[in-house]
Unconditional design. Sequence first.
Length: 280
Amino acid sequence: MHARRTPVPVDLPPHGVYVWETRHDHAFRMAPEHHPFAELFYVLDGTGVFVVNGTRHPCGPGDVVVVPPRAVHVIEDGPHPLTLSGIGVGAALLAHDPDVFSRIPTGRFPASQAVSSQVRLGLRRLMFEQTQSKPCGRSLMVGLTLQLVAALARGLDATAAEKGRPAASPHLDAVRRFVADLAQRFYEPAGIDRAAAEVGVSRRGFTRLFRQVTGCTYAKYLERVRIEYARQLLRETGRSATTIAFECGYEDLSSFYRAFRRQTGEPPQRWREAARTSPS
């Protein structure tokens, strides 16, 4: 990829999602721009400043930068020019949820290892689908992009929860954010190595910090969150135990039953009957 002295021209396709990468030359210059679509940037390398609606947002590797629709913006490089990945998001994709960008801060997104990891993974999948041009790839790209936007909107809640806490190590804060995010992701594959890699620490370090934050092991905490949700579904819906086990992230019914007994002392159906007959 050759270094550019001007921005990549972006023309969204009909399905409303386009992904690009740009590596800036030392002579990169940009006039103020604004677009009818939103732009999400991930900083791969270098340092610089995004000036969005007159506000300066310094950025560096691993940062996520949000430029809402119609926002006037300019990118200025630092001594080490920026290498960026960008996602153009058509306004029509968000017509069902028009206020979503009011929940996402303009400019550099507050630091969150969990959100940054989701953006990295989403970008890689989007790049792959755009490059391969396989059947139904455009539909998949739209779905992935909407997931990213929702992750940013929800990720702000986890970041806000950190405010007011005493200063801690970056790794401890990252684990705290990961724990807060588990409430929305407990059904995903549960490998501890994957969790440690997402946070950016060793398995041993993750285990120690996770116990410091939650008071228990990763496996026990995850089981507790999953079964709490299962209890909600048993109490409030008529779904079968098989369906509930699947929704909670269990690959087989027997694992779900064993976990449920450990947490409640009885099987799911008996717990449901008792919950429905007990006074509210």
